[in-house]
Design a protein around this ligand. Structure first.
Ligand code: MTE
Ligand code: MO
Length: 332
């Protein structure tokens, strides 16, 4: 992903959006009204807030999204992160979404993606294949909010509140057969609207995969919302995978198909550059990318660098998944 574009950290911090200036100023104004205690407080510590931010403090939900009324949903406080939340304007304006280009300014380009109607196909090794519309799916799934760390392989990172449901709930709905070993996931393929998909040297559609043990791990999440609203198109509307212990490229966006299989999927980035990007892609600060260190990460919108953690800080939840896999390349 780097031989064809500028790396994330080479972008100047001045690339931050004007909204971030606005949000900062608004925080200052609120602090002045509330008194000195708030002024002294640093940005919110993610996970320590008891509820989702109130409507007035949030930007308006996109017009015409039939699920706008579903959010915000209750935050699950089991998943806590001891660093400030990224600003919404940073998380929604600095994106990777190669279907719409190999740059980071995906926000406007992605608005052409039609997200209704949107159907997800469930097939492969399941009791009975089926298709389900996104709005019917949302009615069946237990929605909650989770704050997770997110770490791109390019060494930038963010901390964001996703809304959605555990991937396990969708696996249970799909009823995979006992022989299923992997979950294969696929993004839409529509070169008419997605300019990146007219570039034929990429192996479209974008595909990703997880083992069944990973897919049913409690951390694996399907995001349908972000910052208490429907998830923006540039972040992978109307549903995208979130696996916070793995590098960002595993977090496949705008899913249209989930297939259960007994064969390990060849993923999009593995097909492009297998020497740099593999199936497992677990975060490990001690295993450098062939072309750069993974020891630290730049926090989006802050410029500050912090140390990267093994499994992105989620070892207590996922390390046991890998204990018998020493012969695998778990960290690329
Ligand atoms: N379909 C699809 N999913 C994708 C990508 C992509 O190009 N296409 N990029 C991946 C990469 S490299 C990253 S870092 C994250 C970025 O997610 P964000 O833009 O919501 O931060 O999406 C991942 N999912
Ligand atoms: Mo990434």
């Amino acid at each position: 992903m780097h031989f064809i574009k500028k790396r994330g950290w080479e972008l100047p911090e001045s690339a931050a959006t004007p909204e971030s200036v606005f949000v900062e100023r608004r925080r200052l104004v609120k602090a002045l009204v509330a008194g000195p205690a708030l002024l002294a407080a640093p940005a919110l510590i993610a996970g320590c807030e008891e509820e989702a931010p109130k409507g007035a403090a949030r930007a308006a939900a996109p017009k015409g999204d039939p699920t706008a009324g579903l959010y915000p949903v209750t935050r699950n406080l089991r998943y806590r992160v001891e660093r400030p939340l990224s600003k919404e304007s940073d998380a929604t304006s600095y994106n990777n979404f190669y279907e719409f280009g190999s740059h980071k300014s995906i926000k406007s380009a992605a608005q052409v993606l039609p997200i209704r109607p949107w159907t997800v196909k469930i097939d492969g090794m399941v009791e009975k294949p089926f298709e389900i519309g996104i709005d019917d799916l949302l009615k069946k799934m237990p929605l909650e909010e989770r704050i997770y760390r997110f770490r791109c392989v390019e060494a930038w990172a963010m901390t964001v509140p996703w809304s959605g449901f555990p991937l396990k709930a969708l696996v249970d709905l799909a009823k995979p057969l006992a022989g299923a070993k992997y979950l294969h996931m696929e993004t839409f393929n529509n070169p008419k609207i997605a300019s990146g998909q007219r570039q034929s040297w990429y192996p479209w559609p974008y595909v990703e995969g997880l083992t069944m043990a990973e897919a049913t791990n409690e951390l694996a999440f399907i995001a349908t919302g972000l910052y208490g609203k429907p998830i923006p198109k540039q972040n992978g509307a109307p549903l995208r995978l979130v696996v916070p212990w793995k590098y960002g490229f595993k977090n496949i966006k705008s899913l249209v198909r989930l297939s259960f299989t007994d064969k390990r999927p060849k993923t999009f980035w593995e097909a492009i550059q297998a020497s740099e990007y593999g199936f497992w892609a677990n975060v490990n600060p001690e295993v450098p990318h062939p072309r750069w260190s993974q020891a630290s990460e730049r926090l989006l919108g802050e410029g500050r660098r912090v140390k990267t953690q093994l499994y992105n800080g989620y070892g207590e939840f996922v390390a046991s998944l890998y204990k018998d896999l020493e012969n695998e390349e778990l960290f690329k």
